[in-house]
Ligand binder design. Structure first.
Ligand code: SF4
Length: 680
């Protein structure tokens, strides 16, 4: 108790993957303010303006507060009992008529580990299908696959505190100043001291302005630049032979492929002069410790998974793995992206990343869940849209995801949702997706429930209830358990602690995670049964044994191949500091007074060519659709490249984005969209 009648309750920020600790002052079930605790290892007294000020959505008048069922075209208020009966009857009918694979679930990194675990368990053990996927599909799914192939583990190798111990930082495809502000501030301080900082990004981001090296490549050519860096490291004799010999495999063939790249071609397609690449390569390889960070500018590409693997190659070839101050460190866009994947929200891996097609693991899951578990891989989110449009997918349950606003090719997404017999949306607001729902389940926000989030450095932290759930809302975990039991499964009444105990018995790297022992700082997985946690992965060995080198040559995106003749500009999408993804929460806070619209960044030369002035309306058009947006002239982008955000439904920029996907993980290529422009 800090003040008379006022509590201070510690919890974890719901926005980005930094996972800042928050200290919430609350009185009479009302939040007064949010502070940043100084004793938090993650943020040590700092937050950004999202974590500290963007909380008033929790009691916003537009919160969904009771269950609803669509009847005669209108959503009608019903009781929880009625809505559970309705869903159970509909799902049972669909399963009997079309089989369990006609049903799918989409989970959310907005939700806790316990809730994600329950959602995938509901789909697998109660419905009987592996059709479970999550929003990581549209962000970091290539990271999970790429790092698993290289190292055996799809998670950050190091901790954020390692920034203090590194000599070189490489940030590729990320703008941490805006997307991950507390980590971004640490990176900016590093760069401002003049330390070796390499930024690989089509935009001259704030970090790029302070960097010693900025490789301003054409969007979609990360592999071309990384190939060139690897070429110069080998040519200059800067490889770490001891590390390669002792810890890796596949290097000889990899080296041959790299030495055979066509430098002229890669320099041409990337637009980055080879001498700039060579200088950055030498800087990275010469550092005692070099640490890389990557974001969605790496993953949201046709070659996203291969780019992640190429970043891993760069770390391995220079021996920058398994030590303090180095490694490969994905910057997770959402608070619990890591945890969602850990809990098995993927159609090909269950809780703990076990392959669902392996008969031994299938048996293990069957014994643990006490029912038959399917052995076939399920559908990813893009495959769910296609299956819905083909009439094969009949029911979809979406927990905490606004697909209509955040997924590419909005027109196709809407058509897919409209094709379903049953769309259940579990949400805190009437999102663009919820408008198409047959059933609405009102969920509690992060401030109204307990659980754990896992941040981008594998740190499992406790989320504590600050205020009581609004109206009739319930924690997502409670909804999942009640629904499981309504459909005949025997799941214990919901408590976050109880579900975490269950998770610790099936997920090996959670073996020593105990609710009462997480304390203020949480624990970084893997957590051994005795409770010891892990700051740095791969110190002695990789999970897969030896680190694996892979080579993949640069391939032009099909989006450019197909459309660039008629649509000569490349549009990329990104985020601003003040808003968060689809803006569902931040648009309902005072942050909207700072930024209230999406803008198009356009180079002054391009603007001049089209007679476009600052703040003019511009029509951007792709092969999928068109939108009107106001221009902001900026030389942060090169001529030929445009950039915008996707926070406001009034714009709905995903009407123009492409449904080209990463060839491996099926992550959409938001970062390369062929468009044309004209003054609107
Ligand atoms: Fe929240 Fe990320 Fe900001 Fe920290 S940096 S307060 S986790 S949004």
């Amino acid at each position: 108790k800090a003040l008379v009648g006022q509590d201070k309750i510690r919890t974890v920020c719901t926005y980005c993957g930094v996972g800042c600790n928050l200290e919430v002052s609350v009185k009479n079930d009302t939040i007064l303010s949010i502070q940043a605790p100084w004793d938090a290892e993650v943020n040590k007294g700092h937050t950004c303006l999202k974590g500290r000020y963007a909380f008033s959505f929790y009691n916003h008048p537009e919160r969904l507060q009771y269950p609803m069922i669509r009847r005669n075209g209108h959503l009608e208020r019903v009781s929880w009992n009625e809505v559970y009966d309705f869903i159970a009857a509909k799902l049972s009918t669909i399963r009997t008529e079309y089989g369990p694979n006609a049903i799918a679930g989409i989970s959310s990194s907005r939700c806790t580990n316990e809730e994600n675990y329950l959602m995938q368990k509901f789909i697998r053990a109660v419905i009987g299908t592996n059709n479970i996927d999550g929003c990581a599909r549209v962000c970091h799914s290539p990271t999970a696959i790429g790092m698993q192939r290289a190292f055996g583990t799809g998670a950050a190798t190091n901790s954020i505190e390692d920034i203090k111990f590194t000599d070189c930082i490489m940030v590729i495809g990320a703008n941490p100043t805006e997307g991950h502000p507390v980590t971004g501030a640490k990176l900016k301080q590093f760069a401002m001291k003049g330390k070796t900082t390499i930024v690989i990004d089509p935009r001259r981001t704030e970090l790029a302005k302070y960097a010693t090296h900025h490789l301003q490549l054409r969007p979609g050519t990360n592999i071309a630049v990384l190939d060139m860096m690897l070429y110069y490291i080998i040519k200059e004799g800067l490889t770490n032979k001891d590390f390669i010999e002792a810890r890796t495999e596949g290097f000889a063939a990899f080296k041959d492929s790299i030495l055979n790249i066509n430098l002229d071609q890669l320099e041409g397609v990337s637009g980055v002069p080879r001498e700039q690449v060579r200088a950055a390569a030498i800087a990275y390889a010469s550092a005692n410790s070099a640490m890389s960070f990557h974001g969605l500018g790496v993953t949201e590409h046709y070659q996203g998974t291969f780019t992640v693997m190429q970043i891993a190659n760069l770390a391995m070839i220079t021996g920058n793995v398994g030590r303090r101050g180095c490694g490969v460190n994905p910057l997770r866009g959402q608070n619990n992206v890591q945890g969602m994947a850990d809990m098995g929200v993927q159609p090909y891996q269950g809780a703990g990343y076990f392959d669902v097609t392996n008969p031994d693991y299938n048996r293990m899951y069957e014994e643990f869940y006490g029912v038959n578990i399917p052995i076939e891989i399920g559908l990813t989110i893009p495959q769910m849209y296609n299956a819905a449009l083909d009439g094969k997918l009949k029911a979809l349950w979406i927990m905490g995801e606004d697909l209509v606003q955040s997924d590419p090719n909005t027109t196709k997404v809407i058509k897919a949702l409209e094709s379903l017999d049953l769309l259940v949306v579990q949400e805190i607001f009437m999102t663009e997706t919820a408008r198409y729902a047959d059933v609405i389940l009102p969920a509690a926000s992060f401030l109204e429930k307990e659980g754990t989030f896992t941040n981008g450095e594998r740190r499992i932290q406790r989320v504590n209830k600050v205020v009581e759930p609004l109206g009739e809302t319930k924690a997502d975990g409670q909804i999942m358990v009640e629904m499981m039991n309504r459909m005949g499964y025997d799941q214990a009444p919901y408590t976050a602690k109880g579900v975490l105990e269950e998770i610790a018995r099936i997920v090996p790297f959670f073996a020593g995670v105990k609710w009462d022992e997480l304390g203020k700082q949480g624990k970084q997985w893997p957590v051994a049964p005795d409770g010891t946690d892990t700051k740095i992965l791969h110190t002695d060995t990789f999970k897969r044994g030896k680190g694996q080198f892979f080579f993949r040559e640069y391939i032009e995106s099909p989006e450019i191949e197909s459309f660039q003749q008629d649509y000569p500009y490349i549009l990329t999408t990104n985020r601003v500091l003040e808003h968060y993804n689809a803006g569902t929460m931040t648009r309902r806070t005072p942050n909207v007074n700072i930024v209230d619209e999406d803008l198009l960044l356009i180079h002054p030369e391009d603007a001049g060519r089209h007679n476009i002035a600052e703040a003019d309306w511009v029509c951007i058009e792709s092969a999928r659709g068109k939108v009107d947006i106001r221009a902001h002239l900026s030389d942060e982008v090169k001529p030929g490249v445009l950039s915008t955000t996707f926070h406001f439904p009034e714009l709905m920029v995903n009407l123009v984005t492409s449904d080209v996907h990463d060839s491996e993980a099926k992550c959409p290529e938001f970062k390369v969209v062929a468009v044309r422009i004209r003054k609107a």
